[in-house]
Design a protein around this ligand. Structure first.
Ligand SMILES: O=C(O)CCC(=O)C(=O)O
Length: 333
């Protein structure tokens, strides 16, 4: 055996260095599978300098109204915030059935997702219970089929800053984790009725660069005359970038993150969107498609991948990482 190989064989296993100082404080709620660490103080301090660059207004195409920040989150902390959120948040790999021409088809969501928040008819009281937004009294137990949970501190800090700089208000936070270039989201628009007319969505990118493609929805010919559709758009979203989509964008444009091959394809990316759902249907929809009814996944730093929460808990225990010891809920190993 070579010297180097021998040395590394006997070298004690040192825990992987993270780019952030973990906070001991956690957000707790009965509908979280585990406590979620608060955003470290250094990140909060640096987020005070957001947006790092002024947003570029993109409204020179038909029905397009975007503000593109390159970046919004200061580049000094973007890698750490990415690592932190990937490590701390609970994720899901949602499956659901759709009816395609009378045939039931099982859809496997091609990315990890998670969601927090409740629509505008309700809010969370300080003790975590859901109360009526206007009257403040506890909502009836069966108001929601799903199990809404508040936006944890680590994402709420970013929500507050986004609200301040965009002038919009948000009550939902959806998170996508694209583990590699095979994970994707197909062309769609966030134009559900429960978001109201002309919804504003602040969409953050962290981690590896991925292309964000946009194309106009088909335009029906006017008086039999075809109308030219605007050309498509490609935004190479880097870590810390933010795209604010607003006005008529969602009702007229589709967007996607296509699969990609190549050198960066093995690296992960987090997308965070802040939105505002107006009615109960939004809450039911977001939890159904971003939490679902399967098991919880959590990042395992040793294995460098998402693992079913029960397995993650085991490897956390054996590596002695603090912050363990909470009940394992909803595990599907
Ligand atoms: O990952 C992204 O940048 C886009 C996410 C998205 O389109 C969505 O969650 O609706």
């Amino acid at each position: 055996m070579k010297r180097g190989a021998l040395d590394s064989f006997f070298k004690p296993v040192t825990p992987k260095k993270t780019k952030y100082e973990a906070s001991a404080d956690k957000s707790h709620h009965e509908n979280y599978p585990f406590g979620i660490a608060h955003l470290p103080a250094l990140f909060i301090e640096q987020l005070g300098f957001s947006p790092a660059e002024e947003g570029k207004l993109m409204n020179d195409q038909l029905n397009l109204d975007l503000v593109y920040y390159q970046p919004y989150i200061p580049s000094s902390i973007a890698p750490g915030v990415f690592e932190f959120l990937r490590q701390e948040l609970p994720f899901y790999r949602v499956q659901y059935n759709i009816n395609r021409g009378g045939i039931q088809t099982l859809i496997n969501t091609p990315r990890f997702t998670t969601v927090f928040g409740v629509d505008d008819t309700s809010r969370f009281a300080t003790d975590g219970t859901i109360v009526d937004a206007k009257k403040g009294n506890k909502v009836e137990a069966n108001r929601y089929k799903c199990k809404p949970r508040p936006i944890p501190h680590c994402l709420d800090e970013l929500r507050k800053i986004s609200e301040g700089s965009t002038g919009e208000t948000f009550n939902f936070c959806l998170v996508n984790y694209y583990a590699d270039g095979k994970d994707s989201i197909s062309y769609h628009s966030d134009d559900e009725r429960f978001l109201g007319t002309n919804p504003a969505i602040a969409s953050f990118s962290l981690g590896v660069k991925r292309d964000f493609l946009m194309k106009h929805k088909p335009i029906t010919p006017r008086d039999g005359v075809a109308v030219d559709e605007p050309k498509g758009i490609k935004l190479p979203l880097g870590s810390g970038d933010m795209v604010l989509m607003r006005g008529q964008t969602q009702s007229n444009w589709l967007h996607s993150i296509p699969k990609r091959a190549g050198a960066e394809a093995g690296k992960g990316r987090i997308n965070i969107t802040f939105r505002k759902a107006m009615v109960k249907a939004g809450t039911e929809n977001y939890y159904q498609y971003n939490v679902g009814s399967g098991g919880v996944f959590k990042w395992d730093a040793e294995q460098e991948k998402m693992v079913a929460w029960g397995q993650a808990a085991e490897s956390i225990e054996t590596s002695g990482t603090p912050g363990n010891g909470e009940p394992i809920a909803g595990t599907k190993v």
